[in-house]
Design a protein around this ligand. Structure first.
Ligand code: MLT
Length: 324
């Protein structure tokens, strides 16, 4: 196609402006959207990453908690944001379960986002309020058998990992409990600490210090093997809940159409952040595994996201769990 000279000049000027904007990125703060409440495990990881990412980008990275509907409100917000690199999104495996769980989802995880890279894998722990009348998994199972749905189980909404872990646990013990949803496991944990709810399944990024301080009771970890950070806590699997396994993967995304040079800068900043000695130490203390370099890439996250959507879809449809 031939453009008239003034049009060609305009097109060239626009292209050079866009290239200039990408080269200058970022020239203002970047917003890191977290789909759950402040103080919870996703927020903990986001705030840990934000400071070294900001240092590497030369601009601050500000955490924004956009809560509700198991993370889907935040995902919709990011899918509709300007694709310029100034809005990025940290979400966990809820990104892959949402398409099957929500009938009227307003975004497509594969079509509406650019993948920047996987971040961390985090195990979970099954907890009770401190004064709950059971100390071991068999005692907990006995109480559940006796009390049934008088026992409450907190979670962070449909599609939250606390919800998925809770579903697995209820199916393993064959009893439906009363689930109490919150906007994140930060507030759910406050309710557990305050004795307003009985049980919560939550990620070690929030629970390790509380377990070590004896502020909650722990019945087991959700990985087949025990965790380095909690060597005295048995796995649920070794106590008889065979095959009980949940490890929560996390990814960093940007809206679809974010230019490649900007995505490259964000990926580089993510890598720098996850190599920061302070971040590495804090994550190790919380038993969160930083993913290897090949996974911390756009292709690594996209391949994983595709595989997880394919894995969870049939499981969720078979279980018949969904939101209208
Ligand atoms: C949170 O950050 O509050 C949790 O990751 C929510 C959840 O259980 O998925």
């Amino acid at each position: 196609m031939r453009l008239a000279r003034p049009l060609l000049a305009l097109a060239l000027a626009a292209a050079s402006l866009a290239a200039g904007a990408q080269a200058a990125f970022p020239d203002r703060p970047v917003t890191l959207v977290v789909p759950f409440a402040a103080g919870g495990p996703t927020d903990v990881v986001a705030r840990m990453m934000a400071i070294p990412m900001g240092r590497s980008l030369g601009q601050s990275v500000t955490v924004e908690n956009t809560v509700g509907a198991g993370g889907t409100i935040a995902a919709t917000r990011v899918a509709r944001a300007q694709p310029n690199g100034y809005t990025v999104f940290l979400h966990h495996m809820g990104m892959s379960t949402a398409p099957a769980l929500y009938k009227k989802l307003q975004f497509d995880p594969l079509k509406d986002f650019e993948t920047i890279g996987q971040v961390v894998d985090v195990p979970m722990t099954l907890l009770a309020r401190k004064d709950f009348p059971a100390n071991t998994l068999p005692e907990l199972q006995a109480v559940i058998k006796r009390e049934g749905n008088k026992i409450s189980l907190a979670n962070a909404g449909l599609g939250a990992v606390s919800h998925l872990c809770g579903l697995l646990f209820q199916s393993a013990v064959g009893t439906e409990l009363t689930t109490v949803p919150f906007s994140g496991t930060g507030p759910a944990m406050n309710a557990l600490l305050g004795g307003q709810v009985d049980l919560l399944c939550d990620q070690t990024t929030q629970t390790v210090p509380l377990i070590k301080d004896g502020r909650v009771k722990v019945f087991g970890v959700t990985t087949p093997r025990r965790l380095e950070a909690l060597p005295n806590v048995p796995s649920l699997d070794e106590q008889g809940l065979k095959g009980f396994e949940v490890k929560v993967w996390h990814g960093l995304y940007a809206p679809k159409g974010t230019p490649q040079p900007v995505l490259d800068k964000l990926n580089a900043a993510l890598r720098v952040a996850m190599q920061d000695p302070e971040v590495k130490k804090r994550l190790a203390d919380l038993n969160a595994d930083i993913v290897p370099a090949d996974k911390m890439s756009p292709a690594g996250l996209r391949t994983h996201l595709e595989a997880e959507i394919a894995k969870w879809g049939p499981v969720i449809r078979k279980a018949g769990v969904y939101a209208d």
